[in-house]
Design a binder for this molecule. Structure first.
Ligand code: FAD
Length: 473
């Protein structure tokens, strides 16, 4: 028998269900493949940084697989449609008897896998696994069998199920008997931008080390620190989770190993961190229950009637971190320079784009994808629809963040702002959120943009636009 493992968003050898299953038969020949699809990535707005991160992690995966005597073939196709044709030919050429892969839940990915099933029917046996979530989509439902639309009851039901499920991690496979040749990996024909290796080193060892130290040293303070962007209070594991260098089971098990009381104490930092992992699950479950989300449709239909502003200059200023609102600009510059942004800031800048500039959330969603190292359709769409009040269990449309008070609350002394907006380096702590007023008082000229909008005016206009849209529905 020849077992082929098709790697996609699961670039690791430990706790990889498809890989583990493929290696169970010690007599089988095991080979692996990765197919890059640059045109598809372009359509999905994948960030050049994420593409580079995938390539780096693929290198690490290749080395780890070689140690197990499993050769990794890599190939490049334009898009999913082409990849399916190529894979089918590859299976035939290599006499593949069994194809193993971990499921992806986005619409295009699911269609691709259905097509693979059709093409390979009768030729080889397909083995698909739920691997990227703690519990598979569709397994956490209400009494009437529907997906929860509200997070808190979802989480309650989720945690009950989780404690009765098998969430153990699987070991990396043992080395195969036959020596395998290491093959060169295809360079991606996609714009690549290397992420800063000191922020996000590649490889599962680096990810596991970060997970371990976070759960050992910082998770206890997570609840107090997670909203302060100047503090390194969150795990920064999202880039690894997004492309499957790390699994959520590894996170869950490591958390329980370090903090065995996690599930009993919902006030603990450990529980609050687990809660975030459950948000990740919630958004992915929603994507499967409501495929329209993959087509960037709003969960609440009437929100599509909002008459958005088409102000291209405002959008460009937001992207560049030149809105004149210090916390928004610092956040956008963090994103532009590193590919990662703190969660509190993602909420602030998303709210600012939608509720202060009245720009369609899809423009923000796309821009985030094009920059994020952890770009993930479910989490990103979920986050944007939350901020835009178009999602399920989202912020209600009339609750509008004030970007200045958000800055005052979460970056009181402006430590984070000064790190990213050097133009404001001289502004004292007490004035950092109102630098223009300070400059006038001081008789100084700041090399920093004037605020794009007056928040109070923008707020009123947004409320009006949402109310009109709601009435018109
Ligand atoms: P931690 O606080 O350490 O959390 C641990 C893990 O839980 C994260 O790595 C992530 O996988 C998951 N997680 C945490 N918060 C959320 C959440 N609100 N929704 C879903 N999963 C969560 N996250 C992405 O992974 N990819 C995205 O493309 C993405 N886009 C977002 C867009 C907006 C507008 C907003 C508001 C949030 C978005 N998030 C996204 C969620 C969240 O901001 C990031 O997951 C988090 O900031 C990553 O940092 P961390 O790894 O230190 O998180």
């Amino acid at each position: 028998a020849t077992h082929l493992v098709w790697f996609r968003n699961d670039l690791r050898i430990t706790d990889n269900r498809a890989l583990h299953a493929a290696c169970q038969d010690i007599h089988a020949k095991v080979i692996a493949v990765y197919i890059a699809t640059p045109e598809q990535w372009q359509q999905h707005d994948m960030a050049p940084r994420q593409a580079a991160f995938i390539q780096q992690n693929l290198d690490c995966l290749d080395a780890s697989l070689a140690e197990k005597n499993i050769p990794l073939f890599s190939h490049q196709c334009a898009d999913f449609a082409e990849s399916v044709e190529w894979l089918s030919g590859f299976c035939q050429k290599n006499d593949v008897t069994d194809l193993f892969y971990n499921r992806q839940y986005e619409l295009n990915e699911r269609r691709r896998d259905d097509r693979v099933g059709e093409l390979l029917q009768g030729k080889c046996t397909l083995h698909a696994f739920d691997d990227s979530l703690l519990l598979p989509p569709g397994s956490v439902v209400t009494g009437s069998g529907e997906m929860y639309k509200v997070f808190t009851p979802f989480r309650k039901s989720f945690l009950q199920r989780l404690t009765h499920s098998d969430a153990r991690c699987l070991p990396a496979p043992k080395p195969r008997a036959d020596n395998a040749e290491r093959l060169p990996l295809v360079p991606f024909d996609y714009p690549l931008e290397q992420p800063d290796p000191s922020l996000f080193p590649a490889g599962e060892d680096a990810a596991l080390q970060r997970l371990r130290s976070f759960c050992r040293e910082r998770v206890q303070d997570y609840q107090q620190q997670r909203d302060i962007p100047a503090i390194d209070g969150t795990s920064c594991l999202s880039p690894y989770l997004a492309i499957g260098v790390l699994s959520p089971r590894q996170c869950f098990n490591r958390l329980l190993a370090e903090c065995p009381q996690t599930l009993e104490d919902d006030q603990s930092g450990a529980f609050v961190w687990l809660n975030e992992l459950v948000w990740r699950e919630f958004y992915r479950h929603l994507l499967v229950a409501y495929p329209k989300l993959c087509r960037h449709k709003p969960f609440i239909a009437w929100t599509d009637n909002v008459r958005w502003s088409g102000d291209a200059d405002h959008l460009a200023a937001w992207k560049a971190g030149r809105t004149g609102f210090p916390i928004v600009d610092a956040a956008m510059r963090q994103l532009n320079q590193t590919g990662w942004m703190h969660n509190r800031l993602r909420m602030i800048v998303a709210s600012f784009l939608v509720k202060d500039l009245l720009i369609n959330w899809r423009a923000g969603e796309r821009y985030f994808m094009s920059q994020l190292l952890d770009g993930d359709l479910a989490a990103n769409n979920g986050g944007w629809q939350w901020a835009a009040s178009s999602g399920t269990d989202a912020a209600p449309y009339f609750r509008i963040f004030n970007p200045t008070t958000q800055g005052e609350r979460f970056d009181k002394k402006g430590d984070f702002i000064r790190r990213w907006v050097p133009e404001l380096a001289d502004v004292p702590d007490s004035d950092i959120h109102h630098p223009h007023q300070w400059a006038i008082k001081q008789g100084r000229v700041l090399d920093y943009p004037e605020p794009l909008v007056d928040h109070a005016v923008a707020r009123k206009q947004t409320l009006q636009a949402f109310e009109e849209a709601k009435r018109g529905a």
